[in-house]
Design a protein around this ligand. Sequence first.
Ligand code: ZN
Length: 174
Amino acid sequence: MGAQAADFFAYNADDRAEWLSAPHSWVTAFNIKPRQGYTFLSRFRRPMLTITEDGADGMHDMMIAACDQFRYEFFGYKGPHASCSENLVVSMRRLGHQIEVVPQPINFFTNTQIQPDGKLVSPPNPVPPGAYVELRALMDLICVVSSCPFDLAREGWTINSKTGPTELLVDVSG
Ligand SMILES: [Zn+2]
């Protein structure tokens, strides 16, 4: 199906206060579209991961905050809605960690663009089925991936496939 945003978070396994920071990464790489060879830094500016293979042709985002209950309410949704922020908090709790901050994620397979006037747009997601990224950890990490449950039809803000969110496959090898 493709066109499924993957919100990615990473923490130093020995220190949950050191998390992957999108702003620290882009201000060092001078680029907000990570591709092969791109290194993600922690908020302490230490290398955490590098992209060894980008099978999605740079179709990634580092600008959009993780969705949360308030984002869905902002778009007029009534009642509780699954979110990437909740997925992160619950996943970390499962490992015994209470986190107080939801970091800016790396949103793989997410099509955002900054227009010349600075406007941030999210045109329809063109990422095909089978697209992938391969990352190498540069320190011991706890990584969390959220298959973004954003399913609202909002003109000009198409995060996922129009047919709704789908599963992502995560493969971890040593
Ligand atoms: Zn989300």
